[in-house]
Design a protein. Structure first.
Length: 401
């Protein structure tokens, strides 16, 4: 996905928001029809062709819907049809409702998506149906794509994303293998000894966020003051997301260019960040314990702020076929020097000291070395498993500072 920042005029912004509202309205109608179907009903939900015929009738009856682009509205139906197919195939979750202010966007497919012209070295323009020529910044060369999506985030920024798959980064050919251990304090620790923290808000920005959140609690619902405070909070969160994405892109590109094979932990991030199950309590069986809930919520925020899932996803895109997922069991308790596994080896969250050989190192780096070597100790035996017998990996050497 190649994304560019759009700069529409105020009139074009109003027209784009109308298009987003039409696409969202059509999507929600299709979702309502699909949700009403049950197994005990004889009639089935309309197919994509049937919904297109219904859309034609609705456009003939309602002028506000007819004022929008038929291409945008039909594409919303096609996207929903693909979403239901993905849900039944088991590859994606159930389609959800789209809300105003949160899901603002639509997709253009076909010959209309190729109406893109380059104005100069820094600017280009796309001819959006019912909107006109909208300028966007050429931060890099615009690709030749058959479709693009226009979105608006919660801060009010518009983006144009072309649906293209960039070629993977070629293999450096050094034969080196690197292990990546993901954590909360240190987002990514490499087996070479490098510690890569994901940037977030500064202390001054965190203080401002706390003040804005307190101000939001004191604001009345529906007031203009509450809307201004929510916009300021959304701006800070968007800044955090931009920094995290930038860090992920730079880190994944650097790893794909330096190493032939990249070993990462096989972690289910979505399962790790779920809400904890209720703990049995004689007084309230279905109640959450406050301390446990706050601790789990803080851990979830730390995991999501470190970009665990996005880092592996971008590594798989840029280093296609060179990313191997390893069993993470006991990698933080196993000594990378002698292979001894014991809970006492982990002296603290940051310090690892082997009780057998006395090897001392950073705990995250020690785990990354085990991941690079493919060492994962099973729960029943203290023998290294997971190393391929066909190839002995060549660990990466530390970079000279």
């Amino acid at each position: 996905m190649s994304r560019f920042r759009m700069y529409p005029t105020p009139t074009q912004q109003a027209a784009l928001l109308d298009q987003c509202g039409h696409a969202r309205y059509v999507w929600n109608l299709a979702l309502e029809q699909w949700s009403m179907w049950t197994r005990d009903k004889a009639a089935t939900t309309p197919t994509f062709a049937g919904q297109c015929r219904q859309l034609t009738g609705a456009r003939a009856e309602f002028g506000w819907l007819r004022a929008g682009s038929q291409t945008v509205q039909q594409q919303a139906l096609r996207d929903f049809d693909q979403a239901t197919k993905n849900f039944y195939a088991g590859t994606h979750r159930r389609p959800t409702w789209r809300k105003a202010g949160v899901h603002e966007g639509f997709r253009i497919v076909g010959p209309q998506a190729s109406r893109v012209v380059k104005l100069n070295q820094k600017w280009a323009a796309a001819n959006v149906p019912k909107v006109g020529w909208v300028r966007f910044r050429l931060s890099r060369a615009a690709p030749d794509a058959k479709s693009y999506r226009i979105t608006r985030d919660r801060v009010g920024r518009w983006h144009l994303a072309f649906a293209v798959i960039p070629p993977p980064i070629p293999t450096p050919g050094t034969g080196e293998v690197v292990g990546v251990d993901r954590g909360v304090i240190v987002s990514a620790a490499l087996s070479t000894g490098e510690l890569l923290p994901c940037p977030g808000l500064s202390e001054r920005e965190q203080g401002r966020l706390k003040r804005l959140q307190r101000r939001l609690v004191r604001s009345h619902r529906g007031s203009n003051r509450r809307q201004r405070v929510k916009a300021a909070i959304a701006k800070l969160h968007a800044r955090t997301g931009d920094r995290r994405k930038d860090w992920v892109e730079k880190t994944s590109t650097d790893l794909a260019r330096r190493f032939d094979v990249i070993h990462v932990e096989d972690l289910r991030v979505s399962s790790m960040t779920r809400r904890p199950k209720p703990k049995p309590d004689p007084g309230q069986p279905d109640a959450y314990l406050p301390n446990r809930r706050r601790a789990k919520a803080g851990l979830n925020r730390g995991i999501l702020a470190s970009g665990w899932g996005l880092l592996v996803q971008r590594l798989q895109h840029k280093a296609a076929g060179r990313v191997e997922k390893m069993n993470p069991a006991y990698t933080s308790q196993t000594c990378s020097a002698c292979g001894h596994c014991a809970p006492d080896n982990r002296e603290s969250q940051a310090v690892f000291r082997c009780v057998a050989c006395g090897h001392q190192a950073n705990a995250d780096v020690n785990a990354a070395v085990n991941i690079a070597a493919g060492r994962a100790v099973s729960a029943r035996r203290e023998t290294p498993v997971g190393v391929s017998p066909k190839r002995e990996p060549q660990l990466a050497t530390p970079r000279s500072s």
